[in-house]
Ligand binder design. Structure first.
Ligand code: ADP
Length: 943
């Protein structure tokens, strides 16, 4: 962990950056490899596209030019076709004109010998006139032609060669003309006179005239008049054709059933006199046949006349040319709306007109146009066929490229990318593993920049600090937690001392978290350096060692307490030793001072002696208290007066209380119920409570008050120990009874006082309670069940035992001669006979020699001690065993219990309270006196 100055925030942890960098890298690689493959392909494809467009345009041009040239050929053919009738009729007109020209020698009219008058039965009518019918039989099936004239003409016919003769002569050149041109259907002459007509080829009149008869004609004149009403005649008359031009009729359906046709006519003049009209018919089928020669060309080709009528047509989508169609019908809608003149405007090549490619060529001087229209889709279809080979080549090239790309991507790029992806997955899996490893750690893992901004923190650390990872990344951590100033200074110093040679250091920090918790943390900080040795990142691994530290501190406290209690124990035994040593002299001082009080001759001496006695007595009680404190023995249960225990405790603490000016108030009623308990243990409890109160009161500036009050409550005794000290906080109050819990400085507190006290009171079947608040002092309440029955010895009883005569022979055994003498002196004053033995052996000898009423024996003696002597007594004087009083100055001795518990001897502790001794001796002697006489020297008698 580190603290530092402000710097730019770092966004995101290592996971994010690794993942995105890697993912981006792989995606970039895939993109680049695709680009690498496609980049050279793109210009290539563009070039191919350009080539294809170029090719298409070229081909389009070529195709249209080809078609135009084919159409040109057709136009030539059309011109040839049209030239035949034109030449034909012109030649015939010239022939007649020539025949009738002035100055031409002519013989007699041959007419009369050629035609004959007859009545032709046609369709129910009888047509009377001149015909060439008979020639058919004379000259073959068809004859030379068809001539028809009204009878009046022949009747009036001049004898000289005339118009009719010339026309008849025309039949031969007509025949020749038909022979040379396949396109001519009929050739005819209609006379202006309406008196005759000539027709080639010859047909039976029944066939030729049938139509007219069906139309209602009954005379030959009607038929001739009817014929002169045809377009071919009307267009040739001087009125309609003053310039005497060649002309064409509109298409019409042939009356004789040859189909649709057009007629080409020329007016015939002789010496400026209009004679009639020569006409010839061309069946439209010939135009179609001609157009069929253009079979390979796409689109529609039509032969159109000046009126815009379609005479013939070829084209897949075109309607059949059974009737003359208007040109508009075969053009796309937009083009059809154009004026006819625009449509028929001739052009060299194709021009694009309103969505259609149009080529219009005029058939020379004739009023016919060859119109070729190709719609764009048709042209495209035609072009495709032509472009197919080049297309195949281009497709081949593209296919090869595609195959190359495929092979490249399949065998090179894709495996490469797969490898990369596989590696990426592996890396991600690994990263996830490592991440899990870091995240599931209970150790804290944190990464910092040298400026102390957090780069990464694992979950354990986030939990520990109580912050979300997102809140923490990029933050300066010490803005959120507080490191102890001393630790922070050490941390700075340690970070500054990180070097590539010594990149790791160990630190213990005490940190206050954002929620106020104070934690001990242990960190290993490792510096990560760049190639130039500059510190880049600090990686810190740490753990919360608060508990461990706490435990260590507690252990340390316990160790210290143990040490203290060992010290106390050692002090205790030392004290016990000292007390023991003091006991005997003290016993002497107390004993003799008491005797002095009694024996003093004057009041002043008695007064002084009583001072000595009182002082010695006080010393004796202090020594006894010490011994009680230091005594280590199993708990005992004796009926006792708790007031005594309290006053002993106060005596022990008296000095300290006094020197600290503590005012002690003790309120223990005399009729307080007695309890069954271990005097020493209860003594320890009250000493603890009194000493604690005294120590707490030391902090009080004002009056210091300690109050101890006892009362009988229900079936128990309640003692309250109250001080007006500073009291306890809630935390201290809660923990006060915990073993080793102390708020006192080392060497003063051990933290075991209250826990041991509570244990003792609990063992007595009672309870130790505490009420305290800061500033309100503390009250400890001790509850102990009362003992059943009455107090054994009351003061009256005491006094009774001290009065009245008593007699008996006693043996006092004590290695301390002064003590033995003191006891002997004291008891002798009561009239008792007292022997003294200073060791066990002497005592035994005396017991054997005399019958004693009572044995007073010290426990600890050289050679043969008290217990040994007593066990020997069992054989020597068993009766005496019931009349033994034990005196001991050694409260720590373990054997005391064994001897006392076996025989139930009364025990008197040194320094001796002589009154108590006297009372005990008297009680024994009085009770012995009431027993049957069995004292004696059993061993002696037996032996
Ligand atoms: P020690 O006296 O060695 O500290 P104890 O178990 O006797 O151990 O006491 C535990 C703690 O209880 C003391 O350290 C003190 O903080 C508190 N305490 C005990 N008696 C009092 C009292 N009369 N007033 C205030 N605090 C007390």
């Amino acid at each position: 962990m580190n603290n530092g100055t402000d710097g730019p925030p770092v966004q995101g942890g290592p996971r994010q950056s690794t993942e995105t960098t890697f993912g981006r890298g792989v995606r970039g690689l895939a993109r680049r490899s695709a680009l690498l493959i496609l980049a050279p392909l793109l210009p290539l494809l563009l070039f191919i596209g350009f080539l294809a467009a170029q090719l298409y345009a070229d081909q389009r041009r070529t195709v249209l030019a080809d078609i135009a040239s084919q159409t040109g050929d057709q136009r030539a053919a059309l011109e040839t076709l049209l030239d035949a009738p034109s030449t034909h009729v012109q030649r015939l007109a010239a022939f007649i004109a020539d025949r009738l020209a002035d100055g031409v020698p002519r013989g007699p009219s041959p007419m009369r010998s050629v035609i004959r008058r007859s009545v032709q039965p046609i369709g129910g009518a009888a047509i009377d006139g001149y015909f060439t019918e008979h020639l058919a039989t004379e000259q073959g099936a068809r004859g030379i032609g068809f001539v028809m004239a009204e009878p009046r003409l022949i009747d009036e016919l001049a004898p000289r060669y005339g118009e009719v003769d010339a026309v008849l002569d025309l039949l031969e050149p007509i025949r020749l003309g038909h022979l040379t041109s396949p396109y001519l259907q009929w050739t005819y002459f209609f006379s202006e006179s309406r008196q005759f007509a000539v027709l080639y080829p010859p047909f039976p009149s029944a066939e030729v005239l049938a139509n007219s008869v069906a139309g209602g004609a009954r005379r030959i004149e009607d038929i001739l008049a009817d014929w002169n009403d045809y377009d071919i005649f009307r267009l040739g008359t001087p009125d309609t054709n003053p310039e005497r031009k060649l002309y064409w009729t509109k298409p019409y359906l042939d009356a004789a059933g040859a189909g649709w046709m057009v007629s080409h006519g020329v007016p015939v003049y002789a010496a400026d006199r209009f004679l009639g009209v020569i006409g010839t018919d061309v069946v439209l089928r010939h135009f179609e046949t001609l157009l069929a020669g253009l079979s390979q060309a796409p689109g529609t080709v039509a032969v159109v006349n000046a009126e815009g009528q379609v005479l013939a047509m070829r084209g897949a989508d075109a309607p059949p040319s059974q009737a003359p169609w208007p040109i508009a019908a075969i053009l796309p809608e937009d083009a059809a709306r154009l004026p006819l003149a625009d449509i028929l405007a001739p052009s060299e090549g194709f021009r694009s007109v309103a969505g259609v490619n149009l080529l219009v060529q005029k058939a020379g001087a004739e009023p016919f146009w060859l119109v070729h229209s190709i719609r764009e889709p048709e042209l495209r279809t035609a072009l495709l066929a032509r472009l197919a080979p080049s297309g195949v080549v281009l497709l081949g090239v593209i296919a090869s490229l595609a195959v190359a790309v495929l092979v490249l991507s399949r065998y090179l790029v894709r495996p490469g990318l797969m490898l990369v992806r596989h590696s990426q997955r592996r890396i991600e899996e690994r990263e996830a593993e490592y991440r899990a490893l870091i995240e599931t750690q209970t150790e804290f893992v944190v990464r910092f920049q040298p400026d102390s901004r957090v780069l990464f923190a694992n979950q354990a650390f986030c939990r520990h600090v109580g912050m979300g990872r997102d809140e923490m990344i990029g933050e300066i951590l010490t803005d959120h937690i507080t490191i102890e100033p001393e630790d922070e200074a050490r941390l700075h110093e340690a970070v500054a001392n990180l070097t590539p040679e010594k990149p790791t250091m160990l630190l213990e920090l005490r940190v206050t978290q954002s929620d106020g918790r104070i934690c001990d943390e242990e960190w290993v900080e490792t510096g990560i350096f760049d190639a130039d040795g500059r510190l880049q990142v600090i990686q810190a691994v740490g753990r919360d060692v608060t508990e461990r530290k706490e435990t260590a501190r507690a252990l340390e406290r316990q160790r210290e307490a143990l040490h203290q209690s060992e010290k106390l124990a050692a002090l205790g035994s030392l004290l016990a030793g000292v007390a023991h040593e003091l006991n005997n002299p003290l016993s002497v001082v107390i004993g003799y001072s008491q005797m002095l009080v009694e024996l003093a001759p004057d009041a002043a001496t008695r007064e002084r002696a009583s001072h000595v006695h009182a002082a010695a007595d006080r010393c004796g009680r202090i020594v006894k208290s010490f011994l009680a404190m230091a005594r280590a023995k199993p708990p005992e249960r004796r009926r006792l007066f708790i007031g005594d225990v309290i006053s002993d405790a106060l005596t022990l603490a008296n000095y300290a209380l006094r020197t600290h000016s503590v005012k002690v108030t003790c309120d223990v009623p005399d009729d307080l119920a007695s309890v069954n308990g271990d005097r020493d243990q209860l003594h320890q409890v009250f000493v603890n409570l009194v000493v604690n109160a005294q120590q707490a009161l030391a902090a009080n500036l004002g009056p210091r008050q300690l109050t101890i009050s006892a009362r009988t409550e229900g079936a128990g005794v309640v003692v309250e120990v109250t001080d007006n000290g500073p009291g306890m906080t809630e935390e201290v109050r809660r923990r006060a009874f915990e073993p080793f819990f102390t708020t006192k400085p080392q060497g003063v507190g051990t933290g075991i006082g209250l826990s041991v006290s509570r244990g003792i009171i609990d063992a007595h079947g009672g309870a130790l309670e505490l009420t305290s608040a800061p500033g309100c002092g503390a009250t400890f309440t001790v509850r102990i069940p009362a003992a059943s029955g009455l107090h054994v010895v009351d003061d009256a009883e005491h006094d009774l035992l001290l009065e009245g005569p008593v007699e008996g022979q006693l043996l006092v055994v004590d290695d301390e001669e002064e003590i033995a003498e003191l006891i002997a002196d004291q008891l002798a004053r009561d009239g008792l006979i007292v022997d003294v033995a200073t060791n066990g052996q002497v005592a035994l000898d005396l017991v054997r020699a005399r019958a004693y009423d009572l044995l007073i024996v010290d426990l600890r003696m050289p050679d043969m001690d008290g217990p040994q002597l007593i066990s020997r007594l069992k054989r020597v004087a068993p009766a005496l065993l019931s009349r033994v009083i034990v005196v001991t100055g050694d409260a720590l001795a373990g054997e005391l219990d064994a001897v006392v518990s076996t025989h139930g001897f009364p025990v008197l502790e040194k320094p001796l309270d002589l009154d108590m001794l006297k009372r005990e001796v008297r009680r024994k002697l009085l009770s012995a006196a009431s027993e049957p006489e069995d004292r004696g020297i059993h061993e002696a008698h037996a032996s």
